[in-house]
Design a protein around this ligand. Sequence first.
Ligand SMILES: Cc1ncc(COP(=O)(O)O)c(C=O)c1O
Length: 407
Amino acid sequence: MSHLAVKGGTPVRQQSFPVWPVWGNEEIEYLTQVIKSGKWGSLHGEFTPLFEKKFAAYQDAKYGICINSGTTAIRIALTAADIDIGDEVLVPAYTFIATASAVIEAGGIPIFVDIDPQTYNIDVDKAEMAITPRTKAIMPVHFAGRPADMDALRNLADKYHLIIVEDAAQAWGAQWKGRAVGAIGAAGCFSFQSSKNMNAGEGGIITTNDDLVAKMARSHMNCGRSEDGLWYEHFYFGGNSRITEFQSAVLLAQFERYDELKKIRQQNLSYLNNELGKIEGIEVLKNDERITSHACHLFIFRYKKEFFANKSKASFIEAMRKEGIPTSPGYSIPLYKQPVFLKRAFGPRGRSIELPIDYNTVFCPETEKACYEEAVWFTQNMLLGNREDMDSIIESIKKLKSFAQEI
Ligand SMILES: Cc1ncc(COP(=O)(O)O)c(C=O)c1O
């Protein structure tokens, strides 16, 4: 008789995990207010400036500028922070494509740096080795909601006069040594796309403490206008990257509930870290004391197949899913191996453009290991579950370990 569900045994779990998004009367109330006000665009409404103010304060930033997506926020923040055509920007190789594609959109050249397998954030020592006279900026990603090592990054940036732009798309409320991320560097960029812990369907925000970055970002977001200029007077290059009042209304409601949900996620993440860390073959990420708040967008561990009868990550994930645990392999291809990068297909209709780099020559071993062999993800909605939900994850992994030959 088989034990594992993948071989016809009884699954550990039949019921689903908490669904996302979480919403309530507040979203309906605020959306109704927007509709009735007739002010549906962010330039005339009240929700966008209110949300910008509250969110910026939450991230310890002087300014918040709402943008229509996290991707566009990165593109605008880079330009606003003075990244110019042809400038090299160091980015981690293990991240969502927007981290690198927004650099291309801004006219820069993304240079991929490997990750630290202990944190899945950019490896700062390897970043230093990638610096050339053309390096202008570094863009750490606070991956999964875990702040990157901002002390090491600050030292590096100071030593080589680099601009730091934080990709904080997954890091709402994350803190490094008691200070919220997002304005530790010149600017930070957050996403409010559907899967995110703060969700408006789509949306983003730039946070900064720098007056000029804020002014430029607001102008690039709004067709190059200036706050004291005429409506049809355009001073800088920029399109329409504005958010709507509908999104800001939903965001305000999501924001008001955010800390309560963050606490639940944090408790569950720390429980999973403790319990799964005891299982040989499951390597949880490093607990850095300087991280005073983890945004818990994903729970990640490293799978070591040698402790699971040498069964592949793909087979492990399939077996977990059959046990009733929605388990994700995460990014399945290193960013530099994406067809668009290999072919430098950044021109119209996928035509190649000239760049002084051939992405075919890039190799980041830890990123490859994470993609192909080790990284296993659970999404943030699962972290909103109760203790039994977490125990079912743990039990499934232990079951797979006990009957690894069957995977
Ligand atoms: C690390 C990272 N950067 C950038 C983005 C882009 O954000 P958006 O989807 O809002 O454009 C995302 C989210 O999708 C992300 O996870």
